[in-house]
Design a binder for this molecule. Structure first.
Ligand SMILES: NC(=O)c1ccc[n+]([C@@H]2O[C@H](COP(=O)([O-])OP(=O)(O)OC[C@H]3O[C@@H](n4cnc5c(N)ncnc54)[C@H](O)[C@@H]3O)[C@@H](O)[C@H]2O)c1
Length: 268
């Protein structure tokens, strides 16, 4: 299967190296990035050199499956192209889907392509997928971050929250996912993934805690439903090449590709 890569940053690089060296059923056939330096840096590390595209349309034409690891801004265009060209798509900038939910619905109806959303920086989507077969009563996510990681969030600025003087874990926001993505856009991928997998933006509860005692971002997901109750906690190590990205997110992209081609699939 020919893989096309859009975005050669932290996640794209991890995906490219895994496909190049470690997933023999896949071939990295074409790559693209708006920054030429990122392409050149990646090419140096690859054993088999892929073609370099001049834009995302060329990636879509050449590849069987396109991996997006670039920006939420191009997600709408990629969904449209994938449906038109009948090519599969793996999306990492999942927050970018929220403005194009109608496109996703038409892809579901028409069934001309497949779209994969890896679990990214969170865990527990396997359990949510199973739980969704019957009634889910509630889903909530509590994200704890070191105060400095929340400094530039619109909600913090608007509400003049003095993060520098927070001395103990402090709840600074509670609302639904729809409100949370506006208030804390850097949490958007996590919120979007959880909402798409579960019961939607309006019904998913989000709490944000500023915690001066932690160094790693932490997500605690709690679900209640006909199945019982589930709690999942993830404490994420940042990626070496992009500290804003959790290493687990890059690994989840690689694991999703591996699962697509594996004859044996474990977990829902
Ligand atoms: N799903 C999740 O849980 C999760 C977690 C972390 C990051 N992400 C998202 O995944 C994406 C990639 O993350 P990353 O850490 O690799 O980022 P990064 O900044 O390290 O790399 C992104 C790369 O994409 C390139 N790029 C930007 N706009 C582009 C465009 N229009 N066309 C082609 N290339 C473009 C940049 O030049 C850069 O090289 C981001 O949108 C990020 O928000 C998702």
């Amino acid at each position: 299967m020919k893989i096309g890569l859009v975005g050669c940053g932290a996640i794209g690089r991890e995906v490219a190296l895994a496909v190049d060296r470690d997933i023999p059923q896949l071939e990295l056939s074409i790559i693209y990035d708006v920054e030429k330096a990122k392409i050149d840096f990646l090419l140096k590390s690859l054993v088999k050199k892929p073609k370099v595209a001049s834009g995302i349309e060329e990636v879509m034409r050449e590849a069987d499956l396109v991996v997006e690891a670039a920006s939420p801004k191009i997600v709408g265009e990629l969904l449209t192209l994938a449906s038109k060209e009948e090519k599969d798509l793996l999306i990492m900038s999942i927050g970018g889907v929220l403005d194009h939910l109608e496109l996703l619905e038409s892809i579901k109806r028409e069934g001309k392509c497949k779209v994969f959303f890896p679990s990214g920086a969170i865990a527990g989507l396997d359990g949510i997928n199973a739980a969704r077969e019957k009634n889910i009563k509630s889903i909530s996510i509590t994200t704890s971050k070191p105060p400095q990681a929340l400094l530039n969030a619109p909600y913090v600025i608007q509400n003049k929250i003095d993060l520098k003087n927070i001395k103990k874990p402090t709840l600074i926001f509670e609302g639904n996912c729809k409100q949370a993505v506006k208030a804390f856009p850097r949490n958007i991928n996590v919120s979007a993934t959880l909402s798409l997998a579960g019961i939607g933006m309006e019904k998913t509860n989000v709490k944000i805690i500023a915690d001066p005692g932690i160094t790693k971002n932490q997500h605690k997901i709690e679900i209640k439903g006909d199945f019982g109750e589930m709690e999942v906690v993830v404490r994420n190590v940042p990626s070496l090449t992009n500290p804003k990205t959790s290493y687990l997110a890059a690994l989840s992209a690689v694991a999703t590709l591996r699962k697509i081609v594996s004859p044996v699939k474990i977990g829902t």
